[in-house]
Unconditional design. Structure first.
Length: 175
């Protein structure tokens, strides 16, 4: 990460957009926090939360130098299972993935608050079920990647009056 930041500083001097899109889905078949493998939980937190957080910290000096920087954290509606999970009949699917995406979305809101007034806007975006998961075998019913990417591009190109913080899909708030 440091080498990438140094190269960007040398070649461009600033960073306009940072899109955090790394993710793992290690526990797709797990339907309860009681059955969660904590090795999967740690891995999901490392990739989906710690990785983006670290990259934001490393790239923040370059983002601050941009005239109107944007940070887009690619999350998932699975995060909403945590905040809306107070229904006693609700089943929590993929707890490692869902909690990691919930924390990424919470990090997004916290960053937006801390960066308020700097010109840097921060958003979490759910791209929807995208035809990019060959391991699940259900891509035939998913959206084409170009369609899913529209929401990410929307968040990355908002003007200074656009929303800061929050969780969106296709330009609409999910919270």
């Amino acid at each position: 990460m440091d080498a990438a930041a140094a190269e960007l500083a040398r070649s461009l001097g600033h960073l306009d957009v940072l899109i955090n899109n790394a993710s793992i889905f290690p526990d797709a078949e797990v339907m309860s926090v009681l059955d969660a493998d904590l090795t999967y939980v740690r891995a999901a937190f490392e990739v989906d939360v710690i990785g983006p957080w670290s990259l934001i910290q490393v790239m923040l000096p370059l983002l601050r130098k941009a005239p109107a920087a944007r940070i887009v954290n690619v999350s998932s509606v699975a995060a909403l299972q945590i905040t809306r999970g107070f229904d006693p009949a609700a089943v929590l699917r993929a707890p490692a993935y869902s909690f990691a995406k919930h924390l990424l979305t919470a990090l997004t809101v916290t960053l937006a608050n801390e960066l308020h007034g700097t010109g840097i806007l921060v958003k979490a975006v759910d791209p929807g079920e995208t035809a990019s998961h060959p391991e699940r075998g259900d891509d035939d019913d998913d959206r084409p990647a170009a369609e899913s990417a529209r929401g990410v591009v929307w968040a990355a190109t908002l003007d200074e009056n656009g929303p800061n913080g929050g969780f969106f899909r296709d330009g609409h708030s999910l919270t």
